[in-house]
Design a protein around this ligand. Structure first.
Ligand SMILES: C[S@@+](CC[C@H](N)C(=O)[O-])C[C@H]1O[C@@H](n2cnc3c(N)ncnc32)[C@H](O)[C@@H]1O
Length: 288
C-alpha cells in the first residue's frame, strides 16, 4: 500500500507548499462537478478515491486533482465514483407515516375511480424505497378495501444497484428500520438474508435511467427523490434536476424529499404541503 494511505493527519501532496488533506481535495474537486462536498461520508469517499489513485499509480491527492482538471474523462469518472449507493426500507419512518396519513389520501381524492396511481422513485438504489412504497400500499390501502391499481417505477443510473433491486434479497442493514410485524409478513429469512415476498416484487418495475439525461416518466402522482438531488447536488444541477422531477408530475402531483433535505434553489418549482412535512406540490405556472 503506498505511503499516502497512512498519514491522514498530515495530509498528503504539495499544493502551494501546503500538504493537501482529503477534505481540501473534496472541496476543490466537487464544485466543478456541481456536487456538495460537505455531504459525503469521508471514510467511504476517501476509500473510493484512494482506490482509483492506486489504479492510476498517482502518489497524492494534489496530483490526482491536477489529472481530473485536465482530463474530462477522469472528471466524469470521478463524478461516478462519488455516487452513494446506500438505502434502507422505511428510511425515516415518520416520512412514510406522513405519506400514508396525508399525502396518499390526498392523491386518491384527486384521482378518478379506477385510475391507477403512478409513483416514481428516482434514484431508487437497491429497490428499498419503491418496495417500501409497495408495502405501504399493500398494508394500508389494498388490505383496507381501498384497492386500486398502482404503478411503481424505480429508476437508477447504477446497473449493479438495479440488479440488487430485481433480486430483492437484503442484508440486515437494509431491513433494520422495518417494523417487526412487517418484516415477518413481507420477508422470508434464509442464511441471514431477507428475501422479499414475490407479491411485493411484482408491484415494482425498474429501469436504468440517468436523471439528468433520460426522459422522465410522465403523469406521475408522486415522486420520491431522497438522498440524491437535494443532498448531493449544488445550485445549478439541483435546479435542473428538480425541473426534471417537476416535469414528470401531473398537475398537482407531489414530491417527497428526505428529513434533512431542503429544496434550496428549486423552491420556486414546488410549494410545501402544509399538512405533510417534507412533501411538496408541483407549483402551477407556465414554465418553459
Ligand atoms: C444514496 S442513494 C438513495 C437511495 C434512496 N432514494 C434512499 O433515499 O434511500 C442515491 C442513489 O441515486 C443514484 N443516482 C446517482 N446519480 C444518479 C443519476 N444521475 N440518475 C439516476 N440515479 C442516480 C445512485 O446510484 C444511488 O443509488
Amino acid at each position: 500500500m503506498p505511503p499516502y494511505f497512512l498519514d491522514e493527519e498530515r495530509g498528503q501532496g504539495k499544493k502551494g507548499g501546503i500538504l493537501m488533506r482529503f477534505d481540501q481535495f473534496l472541496k476543490e474537486v466537487c464544485p466543478p462537478l456541481d456536487l456538495e462536498w460537505r455531504k459525503y461520508r469521508r471514510r467511504d469517499a476517501k476509500h473510493r478515491v484512494e482506490k482509483r489513485m492506486e489504479e492510476l499509480g498517482l502518489p497524492d491527492y494534489a496530483t490526482y486533482l491536477e489529472r481530473i482538471r485536465c482530463d474530462t474523462e477522469e472528471a466524469a469518472s470521478m463524478a461516478e465514483r462519488m455516487r452513494v449507493t446506500v438505502s434502507r426500507f422505511f428510511r425515516e419512518w415518520e416520512r412514510w407515516e406522513t405519506l400514508r396519513q396525508a399525502a396518499l389520501p390526498r392523491i386518491l381524492l384527486e384521482k378518478g375511480p379506477g385510475e391507477p396511481l403512478r409513483i416514481w422513485s428516482a434514484g431508487c438504489c437497491g429497490g428499498e424505497e419503491p418496495y417500501t412504497l409497495a408495502i405501504l400500499w399493500l398494508e394500508h390501502f389494498c388490505e383496507r378495501g381501498l384497492a386500486r391499481p398502482v404503478e411503481i417505477l424505480g429508476t437508477d443510473i447504477d446497473a449493479a444497484s438495479l440488479e440488487r433491486a430485481r433480486l430483492a434479497i437484503y442484508g440486515k442493514g437494509s431491513v433494520r428500520e422495518i417494523p417487526r410485524p412487517l418484516l415477518q409478513k413481507y420477508f422470508r429469512k434464509e442464511d441471514r438474508l431477507w428475501h422479499l415476498d414475490e407479491r411485493v416484487k411484482r408491484m415494482v418495475r425498474f429501469a436504468k435511467q440517468d436523471l439528468m439525461h433520460s426522459a422522465p416518466p410522465q403523469r406521475v402522482d408522486l415522486v420520491c427523490c431522497r438522498y440524491l438531488v437535494f443532498t448531493y447536488y449544488r445550485e445549478t444541477l439541483r435546479f435542473e434536476a428538480a425541473m426534471r422531477l417537476r416535469q414528470a408530475l401531473r398537475p398537482g402531483g407531489l414530491l417527497m424529499i428526505a428529513r434533512k433535505e431542503e429544496l434550496g434553489s428549486a423552491a420556486e418549482l414546488f410549494e410545501p404541503l402544509p399538512e405533510a412535512d417534507g412533501v411538496f406540490r408541483k407549483r402551477e405556472f407556465d414554465f418553459p
